[in-house]
Design a protein around this ligand. Structure first.
Ligand code: PMP
Length: 284
């Protein structure tokens, strides 16, 4: 079944949606994106994603072609037109089409594209029961990882390295410390303490991270925002990742070594449950 997608003000069948070959998103990865999950036909943490989108655009001096209200309306319309109960909405804004030149063009018209991905098992993901195996790899991305650009080749390579090693994902390491997963934030649990990398330009400021850390504090857990090593992670009681599309997902093995009991931990399971409960209630 063909999806209805959104391109520059129009809702179109996916086969009819077109973007210029001169688009700077295509030529320079000069674009930013967001992924918002849908549960029960409603958007999870839309406000958080809209806010980070604006920050990414501001950092790149790129114009936002929509207001937050219009963006919400487009998301909702795509959910409706495609009958999405559980799934994802992908949004991308690029600087637009211009003759190829490294310098930003003057007064470009941004390109905006949104499409849906139905994922019937988003909340009931089998991986939440089994946990992920991760490998560690060197973090070879650029230095502005706090901007959510479409420049995702190294994370793709990392995912392929993980698959080749029989694992599910990779945690990236810089100067001996874990930055984050290829498409998620990384955490370890020691006793009642959640440890995750502090914010900076080295990692993406996850929208799920904000909510999960708040909920952990509300549930009387302590939170330490600091770097940690693979060694420390392997010796932790539990490990997990967060992202808008995986919520809270247990990590049970790092570089072939079991974390804790080698099965999904209780703290992780609790955080996943609290997160899903609260976010479903607050969905729009
Ligand atoms: N880090 C990276 C590198 C990511 O790609 C993502 C997912 N977009 C995240 C963290 C998690 O962010 P969020 O919780 O906003 O999905």
């Amino acid at each position: 079944m063909s999806r209805t997608v959104y391109v520059n003000g129009e809702y179109l069948p996916e086969t009819e949606a077109k973007v210029s070959i001169f688009d700077r998103g295509f030529l320079f990865a000069d674009g930013v994106y967001e992924v918002t999950s849908v549960l029960g036909g409603k958007l999870i943490d839309f406000a958080g994603h809209a806010k980070r989108l604006q920050r990414s655009l501001d950092e790149l001096e790129m114009a936002n072609p929509t207001t937050e209200d219009e963006l919400l309306e487009i998301h909702r319309e795509l959910v409706r037109l495609n009958g999405i109960d559980e799934g994802l909405i992908y949004l991308q804004i690029t600087r637009g089409a211009a003759d190829r030149d490294f310098a930003y063009p003057k007064d470009p018209v941004p390109t905006i594209v949104l499409f849906t991905q139905a994922k019937p098992e988003l909340a009931a993901a089998p991986m939440a029961k089994t946990g992920l195996k991760v490998i560690s790899i060197e973090d070879q991305r650029w230095g502005r990882r706090d901007i959510k650009t479409v420049q995702l080749l190294y994370p793709s390579m990392g995912k392929m390295m993980a698959k080749a090693a029989g694992a599910d994902d990779a945690w990236m390491v810089e100067d001996g410390q874990v930055t984050e997963g290829t498409s998620n934030n990384a955490y370890i649990v020691k006793g009642n303490t959640i440890i995750t990398r502090n914010l900076g330009t080295e990692i993406l400021h996850g929208i799920t991270r904000v909510a999960v850390l708040r909920m952990a504090r509300e549930a009387q857990m302590s939170v330490e925002e600091r770097p940690f090593t693979i060694d420390e992670a392997q010796g932790a009681d539990e490990a997990f990742i967060t992202s808008a599309s995986s919520f809270v997902m247990p990590v049970v093995e790092i570089d072939g070594q079991a974390v804790g009991t080698g099965t999904p931990g209780r703290v992780t399971a609790r955080l996943r449950e609290i997160y899903l409960d609260e976010m479903r209630k607050a969905a729009v």
